[in-house]
Structures are given as C-alpha cells and as structure tokens.
Design a protein around this ligand. Structure first.
Ligand code: FAD
Length: 139
C-alpha cells in the first residue's frame, strides 16, 4: 500500500497552556489508531515538531484538520515523501517532551541547543526524529 510521511513544525498559540498537550495526545491516539496512522510529536520551547505517516488519504485528511487547529500557529511543512515502510511503527503517536533525556540531542542538533524545529530542513527534521524516538517508551 502506498504510504506517505510528512513532518511539520509549528508554534503553540499564546493563549494555550501546556496541559493541552495531554488532550491532544489522547484524541490523536484514538483517531490515529482508527486511521492506521503512526508518528511522533516533539514539544519544547513552545514549539511542535510532528511526523505523521500512513495511508496517503488518511495523512492528508488528518493534516488538514491539524492545520486548522487554533492551538498552534506558524504551521510549516518541512518534509513530505512517499514511503514503503514506517519509521515510527511502534507509536500511534509517540511523545517526546523537552527533558533531561532529550537535552543531549538538542545540544547536538539544534541551533543554540534550543528546540527550534521551524529552522530544520526536510532531511534534518527526519534525522532529528529518528534520534528522538530513541528517547521514549513505546506508546
Ligand atoms: P473533536 O471533538 O473535534 O475534539 C476532541 C477534543 O479536542 C475536544 O473535546 C477538545 O477538548 C479538544 N479540542 C479540539 N480543538 C480544540 C481547540 N481548538 N481548542 C481547545 N481544545 C480543542 N489529531 C489527530 O487526530 N491526530 C494527530 O496526530 C493530531 N496531532 C496534533 C498535533 C498538534 C500539534 C495539534 C495542535 C493538534 C493535533 N491533533 C491531532 C488534534 C486535531 O487538530 C483535532 O483537534 C482533532 O483531530 C479533532 O478530533 P475529533 O474531531 O475527533 O474531536
């Protein structure tokens, strides 16, 4: 089956509290399971980096909904490629918060050692997420 993988970056909206992330994750995991989507969501410095992968139509429909969500702004597509295999098959939506576990990764890959995904290129976004998934349990 033809699949697609996308990665986008965005900023959390000013009026939104970080507690909203638990709500986003719970709704995402329920929806993504039904749509056969997998992926990873990273958060830090009030910015998101998310990978979604799965059937082309399901990824497109979910991204269209996400792009309209007022809980984030400056939504920027970084990566969009067809693929035969999943990079995040273990996660319906894995979550990587900024933490002591990800600190070393951020220092190695991000400008100023801060989480600034809006400046990533497509390949660097993909490589960052490949490393980030080593920091989290399977959910
Ligand atoms: P709805 O009934 O529309 O919403 C479910 C719950 O989400 C509501 O009860 C409410 O508590 C909350 N909610 C929805 N919109 C808002 C809002 N604007 N402000 C406050 N609370 C709100 N969805 C996915 O399905 N898969 C994903 O991988 C995914 N990733 C996301 C990543 C980010 C960074 C963000 C900001 C959102 C993401 N979402 C994702 C959520 C998506 O934008 C929609 O809110 C969700 O898909 C709507 O689901 P629903 O129609 O089943 O439920």
């Amino acid at each position: 089956m033809k699949m697609i993988r996308i990665i986008y970056a965005s900023k959390m909206a000013d009026q939104v509290d970080e507690q909203a992330i638990q709500n986003i994750l719970s709704v995402s995991r329920s929806n993504n399971l039904k749509s056969h989507l997998t992926g990873l969501l990273c958060f830090g410095s009030r910015q998101f980096l998310q990978c979604l992968e799965g059937p082309k139509e399901a990824v497109g429909a979910t991204y269209a909904i996400i792009a309209r969500d007022e809980r984030h702004t400056s939504i920027t597509m970084l990566y969009e490629h067809e693929t035969d295999s999943r990079g995040f098959s273990e996660w319906i939506m894995g979550y990587v918060p900024e933490s002591s576990m990800t600190k070393a990764l951020l220092e190695k890959t991000m400008t100023d050692g801060r989480f600034s995904p809006l400046y990533l290129t497509d390949e660097s976004a993909w490589h960052f997420l490949q490393e980030a998934k080593k920091c989290i349990p399977i959910v």
